[in-house]
Design a protein around this ligand. Structure first.
Ligand code: ZN
Length: 741
């Protein structure tokens, strides 16, 4: 569904594709982390996922933390929409606007030990987590931490959802049962792996893994046909890795080698925890590294994966069979209960061709440790503390610099959201999402749409026939706000209190089954690709839709008591960002009904390309940490969306002001100044160096500072609002500015 991660507002966390989920807010649970779209993120297209991100992110148990002691900074419960405390007025806007707007916050908000980055997204996600905690705890029959007088509204929720959420949460919080079980929940799969005798068994096992949402060898999921968006077809994508990206296997240099050595050490430890003798585990880890490297080398880079035309290679099963003569696709598909899959899109044919060689030349005895490792790795957050802690140590502490694992309840709440997101989300919106918020957000969306329509009509670089098509596409945008109209039906999924890991496994099987059953059926346009509490947003090109979950419709993005200026600077820019994705380097290749189809005249496409290249060059010049630049090609879609989003929101604010009449200064700032301060504050963040490096390698979003000053340096209205001289480092010379949307 969604396509590239890049269409999310904030990226995934970084690491990976799946991670993509949110940014800052949640750390992806391991499993999801590299899971292809499939499992938890139903809508996501595999492409993004290819790289298994850092899995273990949040999950591990912290050594001491049975408590909920969370290390987040004290937050004022009722701050003004623009809190002067968060600014640093000793810095001039013309010298460093990001610090002027956020310097106070940056100083008083060091990254808490359990985070690798601390941003406005995290602050809000923490607040949402508290609400989810209360809901899950109540559903489980536990003592609600607060507000215990408030009951979920029974009329909007079903007792079946309460049972599932409550039992899932209770199974995860039963730490002593989880610790006693150790790796026992994986025993059945271990036995099957050990019993493999030949490559036919290996193939069958890979199919079974995929039917359970476990990652190995490649990704196989369902998704909309890029060139006929009314159809759902099977999709095969590159995958099979344990490090956050294929480049981690191929890059030269001591830093990369060090991470590879640490990875091998981590794999060794995990195999040892699951019962292998130390020397055997060490030898197996090396084999696993070799196998994964042989899958990484033929895999496309993240920049290459941005080209949807190249990822579109629809073929018959027989053609795929010809591409992989040694891998029996009929036998494989039987494991997914797909006897007649129809056309299959093979995202990266060269990868699958190479994978055939890997399959053919790898001995059965070498497949065993690889499959064991991926089983353990995917399931680690649901196993005993030794697995959880080791998983945290490598994926969070080593790769991201996180100092301390999150308390157990936070990890279990996140997992509940991953596995039962629309059951938990239903309870969440019944309690926490006021209908007025939806109405106000919709009004903003409509104003932004008008602003973009005006902009398209007056573009000087686009010809009329292309403008007509662009306007048609804009008019066709589907808008989703808050939560789904139709909730997912989990009634066929069994959740009980017996075993946390078994609950997760069953939920993943249920999800894969749901996705596989979609193949050949009409597209469900009501479906959501994010859960309601998520602090994020997305554009989905196949649906041609923009989606804003309830979770993000709160301060600092959207504040019912704030003036329009601040709300348009925050949520307005977010809405503008998602709309612009429909016209970024990837989104512009899709038409009004979500098909990958070129609707551009050659002349307009050439003009677009010229401007796109300026964006790439501007961001490539930025060096957020010594020796590492922003990857301008990888981040171009997000940067284009940031640059366009803030401009559209500004135009929409002007329209709102024109309707209401001139607005007064507040706290000494004009509405225009408050707009830009509101914009800057949504990107405030502090970040550990390790996390920054990982994201520069993998995240299609630029770091927060550059998401602020990058767009503003191109925007003359910003210069005017703060009366900034041409010589300021915050401003680009007029002839170097980029102006696309
Ligand atoms: Zn985005």
């Amino acid at each position: 569904m969604f396509k590239p991660i890049s269409l999310l507002l904030t990226g995934l966390l970084a690491a990976g594709p799946l991670l993509a989920q949110t940014e800052p807010n949640k750390s992806p649970a391991t499993k999801d982390a590299d899971k292809p779209p499939t499992v938890k993120e139903p809508a996501k297209k595999p492409a993004d996922q290819s790289p298994p991100p850092a899995p273990g992110v949040s999950p591990a148990i912290a050594p001491n933390t049975s408590t909920d002691a969370s290390a987040k900074p004290q937050v004022d419960k009722n701050p003004p929409p623009l809190d002067p405390k968060n600014m640093d007025t000793s810095v001039k806007p013309a010298d460093d606007f990001y610090l002027f707007a956020n310097g106070g916050w940056i100083k008083s908000n060091p990254v808490p030990p359990e985070f690798s980055r601390w941003a406005s997204f995290n602050e809000l996600a923490e607040k949402n987590n508290d609400a989810l905690h209360e809901i899950a705890d109540k559903a489980s029959g536990g003592a609600a931490p607060k507000d215990s007088a408030k009951k979920p509204k029974a009329d909007k929720t079903s007792s079946a959802d309460v049972q599932k959420v409550g039992d899932f949460y209770a199974s995860g919080m039963n730490e002593s049962a989880v610790d006693t079980a150790k790796a026992a929940p994986l025993e059945e799969q271990f036995k099957k792996i050990d019993a493999m005798k030949d490559r036919k068994d290996v193939l069958k096992m890979i199919g079974q893994f995929h039917s359970m949402g476990l990652h190995a060898f490649f990704f196989f999921i369902s998704g909309q046909d890029d060139k006929d968006s009314t159809k759902i077809i099977a999709q095969a994508y590159q995958g099979g890795l344990g490090l956050p990206d294929r480049d981690y296997y191929t890059k030269e240099g001591p830093d990369s080698q060090k991470i590879r050595d640490q990875y091998v050490e981590h794999v060794t430890k995990m195999l040892t925890l699951a019962g292998a003798p130390a020397d055997r585990a060490a030898a197996d880890a090396k084999k696993i590294m070799a196998l994964e490297t042989s899958l990484a080398k033929p895999a496309r880079t993240r920049v290459e994966l941005r080209d949807p035309q190249k990822n579109y290679n629809k073929m018959k099963q027989a053609d795929l069979q010809a591409l992989m003569p040694d891998f029996n696709w009929s036998d494989y598909l039987k494991e997914l209960k797909l006897t007649n899959p129809g056309d299959i899109n093979v995202g990266q044919p060269d990868f699958f061709k190479a994978a055939n060689e890997v399959f053919k030349t790898t001995a059965v005895e070498d497949w065993k440790p690889y499959l064991r490792w991926h089983l353990i790795h995917d399931m680690a957050p649901t196993l005993s503390s030794d697995f959880v802690n080791e998983n945290f140590r490598f994926y969070e502490a080593t790769l991201r610099g996180t100092k301390q694992i999150k308390p157990r309840w936070k990890r279990v709440v996140t997992k509940t959201d991953d596995e039962l997101g629309e059951a938990l989300g239903k309870l969440y919106v019944a309690e926490k999402f006021p209908p007025e918020a939806k109405a106000r957000a919709l009004e903003m969306v409509n104003n932004l749409k008008d602003a973009l329509a005006d902009r398209i009509k007056t573009l000087d670089w686009m010809d009329q026939p292309t403008k007509d098509q662009a306007l048609k596409k804009l008019a066709a945008f589907q808008v989703k706000i808050g939560y789904p109209d139709k909730w997912r039906d989990y009634s066929a999924l069994k959740i009980d209190r017996t075993s946390y890991a078994q609950n997760v496994l069953r939920a993943d099987v249920f999800e894969v089954d749901r996705l596989m059953k979609k193949i050949g059926k009409p597209v469900d346009r009501a479906e959501w690709g994010m859960t309601p509490p998520t602090v994020n947003a997305y554009y989905n090109p196949n649906m041609n839709e923009i989606v804003f979950p309830a979770g993000i419709l709160q301060p600092p993005f959207f504040d019912p008591k704030a003036d329009d200026a601040v709300n348009y600077g925050g949520m307005g820019a977010v809405i503008g960002h998602e709309m612009t994705h429909g016209f970024d380097d990837q989104g512009r290749q899709y038409d009004a009904v979500g098909n990958l189809r070129d609707w551009w005249s050659k002349a307009s496409a050439d003009e677009y390309d010229k401007r796109r290249k300026v964006v790439v060059a501007q961001y490539s010049a930025a060096e957020p940490i010594a020796g590492m630049h922003i990857n301008g090609e990888l981040t171009q879609g997000e940067n284009i969306a940031d640059i366009g989003g803030v401009k559209l929101a500004f135009t929409a604010l002007q329209k709102a002001i024109a309707k209401k009449g001139p607005q007064p200064k507040i706290d000494g700032f004009t509405p225009e100044q408050r707009f830009f301060l509101g914009f800057a504050q949504i990107w405030r963040n502090n970040q550990r160096d390790e996390d920054l490096k990982l994201r520069l390698n993998t995240d299609p979003h630029s770091p927060g500072r550059f998401r602020t000053i990058g767009p503003l340096s191109n925007f003359v209205e910003f210069q005017k609002a703060f009366d900034i001289p041409d010589s300021s480092p915050m401003i680009r010379p007029a002839n170097e500015r980029v102006n696309i949307w």
